[in-house]
Design a protein around this ligand. Sequence first.
Ligand code: ZN
Length: 351
Amino acid sequence: MVDNMSRRGFDPLTYRFEDAIPASGGVTQLADGVFWVRMPMAGRLNHINVWLIRDDQGWTVVDTGLFREDVQRCWQNIFRQHLQGLPVTRVIATHLHSDHTGLAGWICQQFDCELWMSRSDFFMCKVMAADGPADVPEDAIRFYRRAGFTAARLERYRQRFGQFGANISPLPAGYQRIQDGQYINIGGREWRAIIGHGHAPEHVCLYCPELKLIIAGDQILPKITPNVSVNPSEPRANPLRDFINSCGRFREVLPPDLLVLPAHESLYHGLHERLTALIDWHEVALEKLYELCAEPKRAVDVFPALFKSAITDGSYFPATGEAIAHLHCALERRMVSVTEDDEGVAWWQQA
Ligand SMILES: [Zn+2]
């Protein structure tokens, strides 16, 4: 995630419910039958926003927080105090990342209810969670060597590999598939699934025309841009093109006056302005990348075109993925070309 507020200079968004932000594990009502819950997280983000929607026979939960004891305690408290004695009848995960899916399996098991997700994200989540620490594949090492990782960085990758599953309680064997454009009836209201790409394979956003709000997950965050990364699982992918196209499409199909419920930070009005800003931010980054590649650069050399703050040990991996995403987008547009040296390292230069 990139903090891009300072780069834009002003903020066209209007933040809502600023005086009602729930405490960790707390609950705030947003609309008839729609509730905002915050779950704790480590790191700079320190929280994830998740949602409770009153359904016919109980409650639909949208996103869950990480598979951690403190988050489980928060949920148990909510189950006792905020569900009016009714069960959770469905869990929807917007996308595969562990802060969204972490307790999905656990909640489904507690209430014997269904998990709803997009197909790509359900299966990718299962595959990633199944990776064990001993399974570091050689082509993944080649991928990061090609990006310019030193031997020490590659060793860190080996150590980190297989950690994804640790933050996710086991998913059920089956799920209900959510597809783009599908209407989902929750508590007598229609919610329309709109699928975005680039941050996750098939990121589900849920739009309720009647309540004029959209659950946006990580796809349309305020203040920060979601990480758009190329990963070893699809080394030649161009997720940034997909992300930019999704922003453009959302701007065409969604009305401008929705209240946006993002997975991190504050709720806001200004959906179209935010979508435009997200596109602009990446377009500016691509221009800066082009300038920087006047001399040949490796992926790990182009961070200054994308990030204002210094890249730390913890952000080095997502920063690399994001750098490669921008390079692949620039390559497809014929802004840059790439050559590989004898060590298998890719060097990118203005075309
Ligand atoms: Zn995410």
